[in-house]
Design a protein around this ligand. Structure first.
Ligand SMILES: [Cu+2]
Length: 130
């Protein structure tokens, strides 16, 4: 006879195993690389921020916005080039506007093909020209 606690523990265990199997199969999107890198100090304003994830993402659901230290400055648009046939399905190219020297953040929210969203932030600094 299985005790109530034993049955509960078994159900939790089954759920954990299912989650692990599903994560292995499709995976939550995890950022593996960005340009600029998080906390990078740049002498020149980059034309875009490029994010690369460990799995394919649903690019049409991707959202990104540019922030100063505290305030949202603008919504960033995801250009058509991201949807080109030859485009890497795990890579997101997001053009940046021209920026004055100072600290910035790009906040992103993306949807992996397993239906889970991932949010994150990349911080970088445009340095004052010497
Ligand atoms: Cu997931």
């Amino acid at each position: 006879m299985v005790s109530l606690i034993g049955e509960f523990a078994f159900k939790v265990w089954v759920l954990l195993v299912l989650e692990a199997v599903m994560t292995a199969a499709w995976g939550h999107a995890v950022i593996v690389e960005s340009s600029p890198a998080d906390q990078e100090v740049l002498a020149q304003v980059p034309e875009a921020i490029v994010l690369r994830f460990n799995v394919s993402i649903e690019k049409s659901f991707a959202q990104a916005s540019l922030w100063g230290t505290k305030d949202r400055l603008k919504k960033l648009s995801i250009p058509e080039s991201n949807f080109a046939l030859e485009a890497d399905p795990a890579r997101l190219y997001i053009p940046l506007p021209s920026l004055a020297p100072g600290p910035y953040q790009v906040r992103y929210k993306i949807l992996a093909t397993d239906g889970h969203t991932t949010e994150g932030v990349i911080r970088f600094i445009i340095s004052v020209p010497q």
